[in-house]
Design a binder for this molecule. Structure first.
Ligand code: KIV
Ligand code: NA
Length: 276
């Protein structure tokens, strides 16, 4: 059975930790689905970890729709959340609604997420009223890297801690069914989690949230241009890939590949006949 806003809320109510990972392609999403991970975020982190850009600002609607559709086709259990790219929810309410709708009608995802602040509460409400499930995102907003002057922990001082609390409460009020806490001190996200009725999901938000999220290429050891301190590398697949490609090159040069097992056969008579 596929996860819904109801089953995710039930997990939070029963104190079962919610697991979430990012995905951008079909084979990875399929493995995440088959491993029983509850939710996938098709993050705009895709611009960095898949497309090689220095930040997430270059992600577009076309890029996100393509990856979201690919991931959604792989998931029959995991709930798929689309991350709305920079520029897709900053202008009018109507444009934001149209862009949110494209993710559910064209890519067939289960929910959308965007880096909403107090300025986007009306838009959040409008999308929820359309019938689309929405995930909030507080703490570090990577799309605001320019104004923030870098990707840094948020909510350590009084003003920014108050901002995290008030945004989370406003988002819950606006109807989001979950909120991601990115790069927020563990004590603060634990405090807000207790104040809220909906699940909180941590990425660098500590163990006091209702669930955890990591960027999959960080988990697999496939991206080393930028690794935040909260990311945990479980495997070194990047090193395995490098060795594999070197081995392939060596075998082609030495003539070991392709051997008989990887070549097609034909009878000598055919070759003799075409010689004539
Ligand atoms: O794009 C992304 O992967 C995200 C998470 C880091 C929250 O937004
Ligand atoms: Na993102």
């Amino acid at each position: 059975m596929k996860h819904t806003v109801k089953t995710i809320q039930k997990m939070r109510n029963e104190n079962q930790p919610i697991t979430m990972l990012t995905a951008y392609d079909f084979p990875t999403a399929k493995k995440i689905n088959d491993a029983g991970i509850d939710m996938i975020l098709v993050g705009d982190s895709c611009a960095m970890v898949v497309h090689g850009h220095p930040d997430t600002l270059t992600a577009t609607m076309d890029m996100m729709l393509l990856h979201c559709g690919t991931v959604a086709r792989a998931c029959d259990r995991t709930m798929v959340v689309a991350d709305m790219p920079f520029g897709s929810f900053q202008y009018g309410v109507e444009e934001t609604m149209r862009n949110a709708a494209r993710f559910v009608t064209e890519a067939r995802v289960d929910a959308v997420k965007f880096e909403a602040t107090h300025n986007h509460i009306a838009k959040t409400k409008a999308i929820v009223e359309m019938g689309i499930a929405v995930v909030g995102h507080v703490g570090l907003h990577p799309q605001a890297v320019g104004a923030l002057g870098g990707l840094k922990v948020q909510g350590k001082d009084m003003d920014s801690a108050r901002k995290v609390v008030s945004e989370a409460l406003a988002l819950q009020e606006a109807g989001v069914f979950a909120i991601i806490f990115e790069a927020v001190p563990a004590k603060l996200s634990a405090y807000v989690t207790k104040k809220l009725d909906i699940p909180t999901i941590s990425i660098g938000g500590g163990p006091g949230c209702s669930g955890q999220l990591l960027v999959t290429p960080d988990v697999l050891g496939l991206y080393d241009n930028f690794t935040p301190s909260f990311a945990k590398q479980y495997q070194k697949f990047g090193a395995i890939m490098l060795d594999t490609f070197k081995q392939y090159k060596e075998e082609v040069i030495s003539g070991e590949f392709p051997g008989e097992a990887h070549s097609y056969k034909m009878s000598d008579e055919v070759l003799e006949a075409i010689e004539k």
